[in-house]
Design a protein around this ligand. Structure first.
Ligand code: 3EB
Length: 336
């Protein structure tokens, strides 16, 4: 039932039918089992299972499963639950915001503790990180919460010199349920930063988007033993630093896919793999602000990617008010 024979040595990420979740939760090869369900009143986490409070729009519900053939050892340090397996450390932090939240402070603390932890454990290179919290577009003390998050994250990341060259690929998305949730992959050895020539690097954005720039790379390429992985950040309809195609979901989709295509080209130039190979092995996570964009988005993705490309659709708030959608990508391919 569960395709265990296909589990890669280092890391195998799949979007599997949600019915398998109970079995997977007890499978010793599973490092992370991520549920996406808007029925959760708050995001949840503990041990191998993480629940992100975002409604899943797929008709056949899926769970995201991270598996490895390495031995997994589990740990808890203060707020961080994590496991190590070979060259990888996977961890998550879930914080309550309380009645008078200070998101700047919460973000800074969360990032400081995960940066400290990964360094102490000997996995100092952040590869990929997901950030989920509610009311991302709402103002809190005259500042949008996404910007407050960026300020706190920047305070923690900018502590080390040359940090712009060591930023992970990232996603920052608004949920409709309580809890500030981060999960991440770190490694003993560095990945390779990929930026998009069509876009200003996020860490160099002008201050209109945030008083302190968003600390992430457009993509990270990582060579593990026996496989190479491309982790593509949440990618939206941004050209230069500006949002394109205002109020036009399908226009934004085209532009986002163009940006992903460009990242695949950049990554392809750094590896032996062709754009076609990278694209053929993609997993996509698609965040839609408007449910009505689901059918046309899915049709468009079917026409550009392999029809069996695994994908999860989530209803979510995107970090800029004017962005209607955003797409995460992951591709794993044989090393060159
Ligand atoms: C953009 O291109 C869209 O702040 O971590 C995408 C991915 C975006 C990650 C983040 C923000 C973040 O600027 C927004």
């Amino acid at each position: 039932m569960i395709p265990t024979t296909t589990v890669r040595n280092t890391l195998q990420i799949d979007y599997l039918p949600a019915e398998l979740a109970v079995t997977l939760a007890n499978d010793p090869s599973v490092m992370a089992l991520i549920h996406f369900t808007g029925s959760a009143s708050s995001s949840q986490a503990g041990g191998v299972e993480i629940t992100v409070g975002l409604p899943q729009l797929n008709t056949q519900k899926r769970v995201e499963v991270w598996r490895t053939q390495h031995h997994i050892s589990w740990h808890q340090r203060e707020n961080i639950t994590f496991c190590t397996a070979g060259e990888m450390l996977f961890g998550h932090v879930l914080l309550e915001e309380g009645s008078s939240p200070n998101l700047e402070h919460i973000s800074e603390q969360a990032y400081r503790s995960l940066l400290d932890l990964t360094a102490q454990q000997g996995y100092p290179h952040l590869i990929r990180i997901w950030n989920y919290f509610p009311n991302i577009n709402q103002e809190q003390d005259q500042q949008e919460r996404y910007k407050r998050f960026c300020i706190g994250r920047h305070r923690a990341c900018a502590k080390s010199e040359g940090f712009e060259k060591r930023l992970p690929a990232a996603t920052a998305i608004g949920t409709h349920s309580a809890g500030f949730l981060i999960y991440f992959l770190a490694s003993k050895t560095p990945g390779q930063q990929i930026e998009n020539p069509r876009q200003v690097s996020a860490f160099q954005y002008p201050i209109i988007y945030s008083p302190k720039s968003p600390c992430f790379s457009r993509a990270i390429l990582k060579a593990w033993h026996g496989q190479s992985d491309l982790y593509i950040s949440g990618t939206a309809s941004v050209v230069g630093h500006e949002t394109r195609h205002l109020n036009d979901g399908m226009g934004q989709l085209q532009e986002s896919l163009h940006n992903i295509q460009q990242l695949l080209k950049e990554a392809s130039q750094q590896t032996g793999a062709t754009v076609e190979i990278l694209q053929k092995r993609m997993l996509l996570k698609i965040y839609l602000r408007q449910v009505e964009d689901l059918a046309p988005t899915d049709a468009q993705i079917n026409s550009l990617f392999e029809p069996d490309t695994p994908r999860i659709y989530l209803q979510a708030d995107i970090c800029r008010q004017d962005l209607l959608l955003e797409i995460d990508g992951y591709s794993s391919f044989p090393p060159g």
